[in-house]
Design a protein around this ligand. Structure first.
Ligand code: ADP
Ligand code: ZN
Ligand code: MG
Length: 495
């Protein structure tokens, strides 16, 4: 029997704000433990939370971009549970009046689009972080007395820097029908969040986390099967591997007539498998109730429209425009659009007069190679669009040969000097003077009688070889078009 895969994903994206959701503490990553805390985010009695407007607007922008219906009267709720890194013993989240509900996102799959429904988008605060002695850096231990250090091996430490960090939770309906669709969904969501500029989506820093639910059902069945929730997946690759593993495991269970237990399972990345964490037969009762310390938020029409107006053209629409209006091949458009900053840079180049496909070739070739080698984004490269456009123009005008251009590009990055200046000072100007080039071509033909004979017999490689010799003799500065036509013209007649 064949089975259909059913997947739903929950994402927690850290909203890109300077301060936490309910207090003025910074949200900076990597600060020493418990240095970004105050009585509010450490859960002291008697303190009052104040909602961060920027965080709220980021979440609203996200809900709008995901085509959600906005609850214009929205409110926060208390989700009660006890956990050592949750000092208040409740998390302020949303349950009854989620900010956004019933949205969707369209995935671009091979040749077709698929709509995935978004169940809800809401805001909540993050918890702190538990540290086990193995993860504790030596610098942290220095602050602890020697006596304490001895017993540290059996301790768990808590760092509340993350407590109260603003998160946006985005929950899909169980609409994904393969692991590949889940992968495309995650990529599309990351692209959306980056384009909206609401989260930096750095999974390695915990600014974006996914939890997946997955079940199988016999093909054609209308009821969903019993589902497993997967936690502890720290990268998109891990989500994909964990889902692949669960598809195999659940298929095996069902083939042997064993029911799949509804439970939460933890992904073990090193072992490449999931293991049960806790069974989830009963729904948790978090005793949600409206948060009494915060007033509900009323979103009026003007506010809604102001936030809506900040939504830029998103990646799928931009990709279509690059293909249809700028004439880029779909592949180029996809690569450029995947990196918003790079796509912005590309548009700057085109606006400054670069031919789109030429600009794309430069960005996808030399520029991206450099970015990958340095592990940086385009903003850190220190090359203004105008500088690259000047180089492109000099090639187009025939001032330098394409090969020389690559050398000039390297020099521009190394020194920050403009292309024209480098060409001038290093004598890299292309040889487009026919008299000068004619001499060189004649010498090459005389020196290579064998290749000349081959060329006369129509052997294509001989042409490439002779061009190579001309380039060598001119240190790559020969105008290739002119050199090729001179080669044809000056080829001595057969004896
Ligand atoms: P809970 O009440 O435990 O939060 P929800 O019904 O809200 O559960 O769903 C949580 C997540 O599980 C959602 O992403 C949803 O799409 C997904 N989900 C629900 N039912 C299934 C199922 N049968 N198979 C796979 N995923 C599911
Ligand atoms: Zn604080
Ligand atoms: Mg949640």
């Amino acid at each position: 029997m064949d089975y259909e895969v059913v997947i739903g994903l929950e994402a927690h994206a850290q909203l890109a704000t300077k301060t936490k959701l309910f207090c003025g503490c910074a949200t900076r990553f990597g600060a020493p433990p418990n240095t970004l805390t105050c009585p509010v985010c450490t859960g002291h009695p008697g303190v009052l939370p104040v909602l961060n407007r920027a965080a709220f607007e980021h979440a609203l922008k996200t809900a709008l971009a995901l085509h959600c219906r906005i609850n214009r009267h929205t409110a926060l709720d208390r989700k009660n549970y006890y956990y050592p890194d949750l000092p208040k013993n409740y998390q302020i989240s949303q349950s009854y009046l989620n900010l956004g509900v019933d949205g969707h996102i369209d995935l671009e799959l091979d040749g077709h689009t698929r709509r995935v429904r978004i169940h809800n988008v809401h805001i909540e605060e993050d918890a702190g972080k538990l540290l086990h002695p193995d993860d504790v850096a030596e610098s942290t231990l220095l602050d602890i007395s020697a006596a304490t250090r001895v017993s540290l091996a059996r301790m768990t430490l808590v760092d509340l820097n993350r407590a109260g960090t603003p998160l946006c939770e985005i929950v899909t309906e169980p609409d994904l029908r393969s692991v590949e669709e889940a992968r495309v969904y995650m990529e599309s969501l990351v692209s959306l969040l980056l384009y909206l500029d609401v989260s930096d989506c750095k999974m390695q820093e915990g600014s974006l986390r996914f939890e997946a639910s997955i079940s199988l059902r016999p093909l054609g069945a209308t009821e969903y099967g019993s589902r497993v929730e997967i936690k502890n997946v720290n990268s998109m690759k891990a989500v994909v591997r964990a889902l692949d593993y669960e598809v195999r495991r659940q298929t095996e269970c069902l083939r042997h007539g064993e029911p799949v237990t509804r439970e939460t399972r933890l992904w073990d990345d090193a072992a490449g498998r999931t293991a049960p964490m806790r069974s989830k037969e009963l729904a948790h009762d978090y005793r949600y109730f409206p948060e009494p310390d915060l007033v509900p938020v009323e979103i009026d029409e003007a506010w809604l429209e102001r936030v809506r107006a900040t939504i830029p053209e998103l990646a799928p629409a931009r990709r279509r425009r690059f293909i249809e209006v700028l004439g880029l091949p779909p592949y180029d458009a996809g690569v450029l659009v995947a990196d918003k900053a790079l796509a912005d840079y590309f548009e700057d180049c085109v606006r400054l007069g670069a031919e789109p496909k030429t600009a794309s070739n430069w960005l996808m070739g030399a520029v991206m190679r450099e970015l990958n080698a340095r592990g940086v984004g385009i903003a850190q490269l220190g090359l203004a669009p105008a500088a690259l456009v000047e180089l492109i123009r000099l090639v187009a005008q025939g001032a330098i040969a394409p090969n020389t251009a690559r050398e000039v590009f390297g020099e521009m990055l190394a020194t920050g000097r403009p292309a024209a200046e480098i060409i001038q000072s290093r004598g890299l100007k292309q040889i487009s003077d026919s008299a000068e080039l004619e001499n060189i071509v004649r010498q090459v033909l005389e020196a290579n009688p064998k290749a000349v004979a081959d060329l006369r017999e129509g052997k294509k490689q001989a042409q490439g070889f002779l061009m190579g010799q001309v380039m060598k003799a001119t240190k790559g500065k020969a105008n290739p078009k002119l050199a090729a036509s001179l080669l044809a013209q000056l080829l001595p007649p057969a004896r």
